[in-house]
Design a protein. Structure first.
Length: 375
């Protein structure tokens, strides 16, 4: 088959090597006589895959020993509520830094959970301009803009806004804030795009379907002291403590999702690890931004340079009609997933780890030709 050049935001491109491994092992895992999807999650065959996946997360990110690594069902959207349910005690307050649409959703779920559990969630800072659907986000906050109470239960941010194309950590000026309260980060769309210091976070969670695997699975990395002091008056299935005590096998995990994540992480390790991934990813994004900036204003990226996402590159054309033509002609050229999110429109190219550099070269060339023909 001829593989399409996949720029979808999620579910997103998976490495060909990870897919080929799954193809070869689909009918039989090892010499077990069964597919991984048929094995009991209590059996040694699946548990070996499960433990390897966790081990790869730990080694690739150099996760310290005082953190638990959990594999959770439901994706990051479930964690919007679960984080608050575990960490927000009665009378406590959580602070949310909003830099885009997913931060807004996380805050909305936290407010709802807080109302049920006797805590509160509040906005510490928003870098959006306008209200409601007209709100636009163009940057992450500067370090001195983030001011939260030292006794806050936690401070939450979204490291990369998939819809708005705004990302922390692109330059020193856009690095993560340092807070006295535990820092919680939704890293769904930039998890494992580069190495970073885990120890500055209390909790990291990420849906797998953007950068490390298929949908339906979330990785949670949580400091053990937060797990120990988390609430016990919520249902067991939502308690980080229960999943940590049971190696994420308290109930049946999404076994095929974990298996595929194992394959993707093995590929990532074999491809040079996170330092090599960062080099590749920055080069890919730079080519697309160069095509935007070289087009004499035909393409416009609304995000401040220091906050421009390496994972999700958003831009606009002079008219919506031209944007539709761009998407249609790109599809004819074998490039899919370039239409911007329905809430903001425009164009979005997602350049996750598995997006091939040759695809990005093709996109940059297409952009130059399209601007020349239509500018």
């Amino acid at each position: 088959m001829a593989r399409l050049m996949n720029f979808n935001a999620g579910p997103a491109a998976l490495p060909l090597a990870a897919l080929e491994r799954a193809q070869a092992e689909l009918l039989e895992l090892g010499a077990s006589g069964m597919s991984v999807m048929e094995h009991s999650h209590r059996g040694k065959e699946y548990e070996a895959v499960h433990n390897e996946a966790i081990s790869l997360v730990k080694s690739l990110l150099q996760v310290p020993d005082d953190y638990d690594i959990l594999l959770q069902q439901g994706g990051a959207s479930t964690q919007f509520a679960v984080v608050a349910m575990n960490l927000l005690h009665i009378g406590a307050q959580a602070h949310y830094i909003l830099t885009g649409a997913w931060g807004e959703k996380a805050f909305g779920e936290a407010k709802h959970a807080a109302g049920l559990l006797g805590g509160t969630a509040t906005v510490a800072l928003t870098t959006g301009v306008g209200d409601g659907k007209e709100k636009s986000y163009t940057r992450v906050p500067k370090a001195d803009e983030v001011q939260v109470a030292d006794n806050a239960a936690y401070v939450h941010l979204t490291s990369n806004e998939t819809i708005n194309g705004v990302q922390f950590g692109i330059t020193e000026a856009s690095d993560f804030p340092r807070t006295a309260a535990p820092l919680v980060a939704d890293m769904s769309s930039d998890f494992m795009w580069r190495p970073f210091d885990i120890s500055q976070f209390g909790v990291i969670y990420a849906g797998a379907q953007k950068n490390i695997g298929p949908s339906g699975l979330a990785v949670v990395i949580v400091k053990k002291d937060l797990v120990a002091h988390a609430r016990k008056d919520i249902p067991k299935i939502f308690q980080y403590r229960i999943h940590a005590e049971n190696n994420s096998l308290y109930n049946t995990p999404p076994t095929f999702g974990v298996y595929m994540m194992r394959n993707v992480l093995s590929w990532l390790k074999d491809s040079g690890g996170l330092y090599e991934a960062e080099t590749r990813n920055r080069k890919k994004a730079a080519k697309v931004y160069a095509a935007i900036d070289a087009a004499g204003g035909f393409y416009k990226c609304p995000v401040d340079v220091d906050s421009r996402s390496v994972m999700n590159i958003v831009f606009r054309l002079p008219t919506e009609e031209l944007e539709n033509t761009f998407v249609a002609e790109a599809k004819k050229a074998g490039m899919v997933g370039l239409k911007g999110h329905r809430s903001v429109g425009g164009i979005r190219a997602s350049t996750y780890n598995a997006v091939e550099p040759i695809w990005v070269d093709a996109l940059a060339g297409f952009m130059a030709d399209f601007a020349k023909a239509n500018g």
